[in-house]
Design a protein around this ligand. Sequence first.
Ligand code: SF4
Length: 381
Amino acid sequence: MTDRSFEVGPIRPPSEANSLLLQVARGCTWNKCKFCVVYRGDKFHMHQPDELKRTIDNMAYFRDMIASYVRTDGTLDREGLTLELGKLTQSELECFYMVYRWLSNGGTSVFLQDGNTVALKADKLADVLFYLREKFPQIERITTYGRAESIARHSLEELKLLRQSGLNRIHSGFETGSDNVLKLINKGLTQAQQIDAGVKAKEAGIELSVYFMPGIGGVEYSDENARETAHVINQISPDFVRFRTFVLKYDSEMVDLLRNGLFEECTDIQKLREIRNLIADVTAPDVTIVSDHIINLIGSLGGRIGTDKEKMLAQADRVLNLPPEEQRLYQLARRHGFIEDYPQLASIPQPRLLHLRGAAEKYYAADQWEAHLNNILRNYV
Ligand code: SF4
């Protein structure tokens, strides 16, 4: 019997929670960033267009299977479908449910995995995307991860072809705009490549969502990280700038930098100050700032630079200027995921607030305090 299962990669952006996941490649072409452990030990493999078309056929097979159990009045014959599902293997079942959930959520968006799918030749990737849209004509949005140097390697014409084939948005982890920090973390990129990639992608009509890591340059490069990152943003004017505040992972190579005295971690508050300084330096009006991850100290910090910049700066300043005890209380409440911004502290029930205050006082020494916060944060990354 034909095996209808297909591979699914480990990660996707939170904004793609309802997307169908099509694994174009396994792993990452670079796989050497010092902070990253996602694909450690995995060998990069690019699926060939024929394999990808087979995966798309399998997705369509599950779609058709569901459709064949929809009665003329639009209801689902669950009993019949359940009997049919009994013939599938465990991995086929998992794939079936992915397609089922995707269709239940509208079935209009697709995310191409893994770390760097734009490394595939543009004509090959475009061929697959045309095929995907032929099989699923209701698809409105196709997005993917892509490293800046791979985007930059494509000509403008090639990027336009990708856009025509349906690629709407590239999510790209720039992490920092500073060449010094890019070198420190072994990102394998330069600021010039980032700008080239970003400008070209936008010119081709592809939306760009770039990710930056406040704190990734440590104390030494904190100001430079904010300033140079803002410079890159201003040159490109990406559609979205997403923050992923740096958290030190013990199994990453950043630990070696720390041990060798080449990296001193910023405090939680210094990282927020970096975010604040970065926003202050961004002037491109159409950029939208997004803080859609629990590791950012203010979860609701976001908006369009052209209209919301002052509001965002005030939001950051409010936390930065809190009296020390109140600031710690906020940090702890946020780090435990109870709230998104300081005003919400008032909505926390008194007994819980008292508990948080007691916990905050327990870690009196600054280094203990940071270690405690980082221990909480490591649960999220
Ligand atoms: S490019 Fe992305 S996926 Fe690849 S090693 Fe760096 S952070 Fe990890």
